[in-house]
Design a binder for this molecule. Structure first.
Ligand code: P6P
Length: 336
């Protein structure tokens, strides 16, 4: 049972029984993510003061200019999870291939793998706009005790055991689910403690915010164009409000609190969309569904998609379920 202002540590202990099959290892894993998030938060909050903003001069696996904080966040999460030996593998947006964690300690856990986007929206860092970390946790499919394989990471989102995000915004929040609803914890930076500030977060069935990069409008599929025009019509509860931060975690976090839909469609520039299925769409979809929302690629439930590549991209529509359903109606009308 969630009690307002409970600390994250108390919450994890009191809800330990919910972690199916877990002998406390999943709790230890969430605790490690909590610690790494505090370290990244410390660096993000002083980004403007120390020479760590701006480009690291490297290009990541996505061909994107790697920001220094991207590298720092990636290293921090990987080091924290590796030192505690509570996962046997890590896949990251910043690394071409997955990382295998060899166990040396007697309490080494080799049940779980983590997939993450260590610092999503990092192009916003230099302009002081909020950014986020996204993570997704699975039990491995290969036998425990053998080295992890790619198949341990290429699992459909409906097999996630936990997923969450950290939003480094006006306050830093950790929002996650283990399949029993969604709870948001706000960090008190003075104490370094997270407090349950948003128990049992819910997407409203309807909303009046739509989030999309309208600069790509001319390249969107016709169904998406029609839906955007529908949002703008002066009729019934419309026009809706357009809000787009360009930071997935922030846009979805706001829409979960206020009601709304986030859209990243395919386009001529991004024929499969821009967002990555494994460590952006699946975790955000798990959270959205656990909060009563939905997430699809316009035709199929995101969490039912069978992954084929570690960094594959898919079109992504996520939020208030009646808004996503309306969009799918427009998209599917053009399928006939
Ligand atoms: P665009 C950030 O790079 C990101 O992955 C998401 O956080 C964000 O929603 C999207 O891309 C923004 O992309 O093409 O609109 O700048």
């Amino acid at each position: 049972m969630a009690r307002k202002n409970q600390t994250l540590g108390e919450f994890i202990i009191e809800n330990q029984s919910e972690f199916q099959y877990s002998s406390g290892e999943l709790s230890r894993l969430i605790n490690s993510i909590r610690l790494a998030a505090k370290m990244v938060n410390h660096e993000v909050n002083k980004a403007g003061l120390v020479d760590i903003t701006g480009s690291a001069g490297e290009i990541n696996t996505q061909g994107e200019d790697q920001q220094k904080l991207d590298v720092l966040a990636n290293d921090t999460f990987i080091r924290t999870l590796t030192n505690r030996e509570i996962v046997c593998g890590i896949a990251s947006e910043e690394n071409d291939d997955f990382i295998t964690i060899e166990g040396h300690k007697e309490n080494h856990s080799n049940k779980y793998v983590v997939l993450m986007d260590p610092l999503d929206g990092s192009s916003n860092i230099d302009v002081n706009v909020s950014v986020g970390t996204i993570f997704s946790i699975y039990r491995r499919v290969t036998p425990v005790g053998t080295p992890v394989q790619l198949e341990d990471f290429l699992q459909p989102g409906n097999l996630q055991v936990a997923a969450g995000y950290i939003v480094y915004g006006t306050s830093t929040m950790l929002v996650y689910t283990t399949g029993h609803g969604v709870n948001g914890f706000t960090l008190n930076p003075a104490l370094g403690t997270y407090y349950l500030s948003h128990p049992n977060m819910k997407f409203s069935e309807d909303g009046n915010i739509y989030s999309v990069n309208e600069g790509n409008y001319n390249n969107f599929p016709q169904g998406v164009k029609d839906y955007i025009k529908y949002c703008q019509q002066d009729e019934d509860d419309r026009p809706y409000t357009s809000r787009y931060i360009g930071s997935l975690v922030s846009d979805i976090h706001r829409n979960m609190i206020k009601g709304g839909i986030y859209m990243y469609p395919q386009s001529a520039k991004s024929p499969n969309g821009k967002l990555r299925l494994l460590y952006e769409c699946n975790p955000m979809a798990f959270i959205a569904e656990q909060a009563g929302g939905t997430a699809s690629d316009g035709h199929t439930r995101i969490m039912d998609l069978k992954p084929t590549e570690l960094h594959q991209r898919v079109p992504f529509f996520c939020g208030s379920k009646n808004m996503v359903a309306k969009l799918e109606e427009f998209i599917q009308k053009h399928d006939k």
